[in-house]
Design a protein around this ligand. Sequence first.
Ligand SMILES: Cc1cc2nc3c(=O)[nH]c(=O)nc-3n(C[C@H](O)[C@H](O)[C@H](O)COP(=O)(O)O)c2cc1C
Length: 459
Amino acid sequence: MTSSPHAQARPLRFNAFVMNTASHIQHGQWRRPDARQHEFNDVDLWIEVAQTLERGAFDALFLADVVGVYGPVGGNYTVNAREGLQLPNNDPSVLLGALATHTTHLGLAFTSSILQAHPFEFARRVSTLDHISRGRVAWNIVTSFQESAARNFGLDRLGDHDSRYDQAAEYLDVVYKLWEGSWDDDALLRDKAGAFSDVDGIHRINHEGEHYRVEGPHLSSPSPQRTPFLFQAGSSPKGRQFAGTHAEAQFVGGSTPEQVRTIISDTRDVAVAQGRGPDDILFYVALSFIIGSTEEEAKRLEREYDEYASEEGFLAHANLGVAQDDGTPYPPDTLLRDITTNGNRSTLASVTHSIEGREPTVRDLGELSAKRHIRVVGTPDQIADQLHDWRAAGVDGVNVVNWVLPGSYTDFVDHVTPVLQDRGLQQREYAPGSLREKLTGSALTNERHPSAKYRGAFR
Ligand SMILES: Cc1cc2nc3c(=O)[nH]c(=O)nc-3n(C[C@H](O)[C@H](O)[C@H](O)COP(=O)(O)O)c2cc1C
């Protein structure tokens, strides 16, 4: 591991991992009496969550997103509808616009697939959000793994797994040009006695590539961060290559510190091979917490959550693009080693590695991918002990998965945060500046990042 000792001594970073829907990950829990995620259409719920997170000095609210339904091509979505499995869902970027006006420090991260928005439109929307939030926006770059998402955007099938990452690289090229190169720093004058902008400082980008043609100029003037802080999720070999090149933070899908340690060290190696620094990427894992004032109480609560868990919801979610060539699901007894997926290879690998002593099957994928992994159960002190282990594996941050909204975050902030702060595992207050400044100390992407080459490139 090439991580510096300094990086190890820092507090962990904390994001709330949520989705603008009723049933994101912990399927079935919306039926609990104390759950309010079924009110997700009500912006007041989200304002309450965001303000709670800010009270606990969380770094960001991180919104997942999908633009299709889970399941085989042309399949029915009875379970999705019954379980509220990411259906209905709302656009996360619109929600962030509202939350930006009710928070001051909290980072606002959202997922957007390269499939769903043309890069010109996307770049403008992100710049607008970065202006509204005064520099607190992050983008989680994804390439989509649902066949139905492809059909919603005019394609017959998803592009091949690795070629989607190639298209993503071109997509990034376009948005980097718009964010970093189209406007010079001093082009916006707002001179009431003269010109609003200096035309000589506003440039066309004239991008012509395999997938996109964009003339420009960018229609928004430079926002505080220009390029939003960049997350990437997906850690197949091609995903690591992509993250090592572009990500400022990677959301790692692994279920044990050992698995995650390998992904982190591989991705750092890619970063270095690309001329970046080993510490240029922050690594986040997803964990859920079941908090009790005693271990018994936490275990009792865990049993209660398990009683509400929807097996059907987990199985429908775990499909994750794992389907046969004709789009139908594999039979549950199919050995994982006999299947390939054009969808989410990180989760497939993570489940395969977590079964010992027998061959893992598609059924294990259903049971393990969403339900059993990533839970930390105990008293605040026991939780802090486990977080020490994750930090020791090289993890920089945690995406905190919820069971109930807003209760999972209220409980965390009220009971776990003070213990973590006492142990130096969570920050007590926010650093000044934009999200990137808070996380890395730098206002813009650093000079080793591939976006930096477009600064001044179109003058
Ligand atoms: C932890 C994690 C979270 C993800 N969140 C999303 C998401 O919210 N929306 C989405 O479309 N894809 C999401 N993905 C999918 C990835 O962006 C990627 O498309 C997929 O994992 C395939 O890439 P891979 O095989 O390199 O993992 C996520 C993947 C992981 C591992």
